[in-house]
Design a protein around this ligand. Sequence first.
Ligand code: EPU
Length: 333
Amino acid sequence: MKIQENISLKPFNTFGIDVYAKRFVTINSLNDLKSITSKEKNIFLMSGGSNMLLTKDIENLVLQINLKGIVVNDTDNDVVYVTAEAGENWHEFVMWCISQNYGGLENLALIPGNVGTCPIQNIGAYGVEIKDTFHQLEALEIETGKIKTFTNEVCDFGYRNSVFKNELKGKYIIVNVTFKLTKRNHNFNISYGAISSTLKDISKPTLQEIANAVIAIRQSKLPDPREIGNSGSFFKNPVIDLDSFQILQKKYPEIPHYIVSENEIKIPAGWLIEQCGFKGQRFGDAGVHQNQALVLVNYGNASGQEILELAQKIQQKILETYNILLEIEVNII
Ligand code: EPU
């Protein structure tokens, strides 16, 4: 294990922000992880770097989690338990599951990031969230060095949320995640508008065909982080109460919305941002993506601070116009 000094983190975060780590180490084994965390408590975790906006240099020791491997536990007729190490690339893992005809993750193709961080924000797309197939995970407790198992219930998953964003924030390092996937009689979820229209001519789509549809839709709307820096949706879609919604709907009858519960209405933040005229706008190298207003982008050399200022400008305008405070989804560092 070699600790390197003054390393640029630009290649390690999908926003492509050029900040520096004072000290940086790549973790290739659980033993290395245990050994380093027994000595160093002030650490900063990097996995796929796909859900963070770095606004400053990192003083703590940066651990780049590179644990690799996939293990299959196939003892049931209909389902299979697949455990992937935290450093496996998420999209490659999804495609591997599809190649084995294991169902459940196909709607989540092409989401940037690694396996180990997907439970933290309960990643989701096109009507599916990680919690739907999540079985359990193992994580190292930084304080004690012990490995603990977390079931689906204990993770307390919500919309882009889990216990690891709340009471257990900063206390654990996820080392592997196990999914319960189907081997046959897959529970396809293809009702999401864009997916059903892409698949309209196929009567019984395969896992691969669903993934292909998801990939095509994502590629048409979302910028590829290898070409334009970004972290996917920058804000959460706000959920407001029915009374507030009805006031808004009177003023803006065309406002798109989804009913979450009797008194909760979700509004697409992308619509609010587009209505306020930000879609496709550019301020230096910081901008709002031209095909999806919920995605902020770095055209090359934007600093984290510049992206954050743009986010605040958007928040301010939407608060003034719609009386809704957009919550930032990406971790601001
Ligand atoms: N819309 C606009 N203008 C835009 C973008 C969206 O008006 O520029 C409106 C439209 O009414 C559209 C609606 O918003 O029908 C929904 O847009 P979209 O289907 O693109 O989904 P989203 O709500 O903007 C969410 C997730 C995405 C996920 C998609 C598909 C959040 C914060 N984002 O976006 O997740 O891929 O649904 O399921 O919930 C991510 O979390 O990084 C992410 C990309």
